[in-house]
Design a protein around this ligand. Sequence first.
Ligand SMILES: [Zn+2]
Length: 122
Amino acid sequence: MSILPNTSLSIFTVTENAKRPGSPNFHGCFYCRQAIGEKHLVSCVLIKKKVKVRMTVEFEMVEPANWSKDEMDFYWNDSSWCANNVLEILNEQFNTEGSPCLCNAAKFEYLGDASEPYSEER
Ligand SMILES: [Zn+2]
């Protein structure tokens, strides 16, 4: 990964779409302050890229009491059980009134870039 100086220019041209209501009289990018027609700075927050992320979450599930670790690992990873089922469980445990925030149970790890940079002017 290369780190370019914050003042380096990107390949993306600033358009009217980079203006924001908070700065109506400034005719350029609200964020990197480059004028319309110039290039956004590489450090501009409107220049995005997709990244691959691994998220690990520690939480509780309810399963038969006599199942072994191997049986549970098989059930969750190799049976017909759908991992989408976990979304409702996570929602119940971390997104209901009085529940702890998911931040206390989740960790995120950057695994690599998944796209080239692109402009997200809108
Ligand atoms: Zn910009």
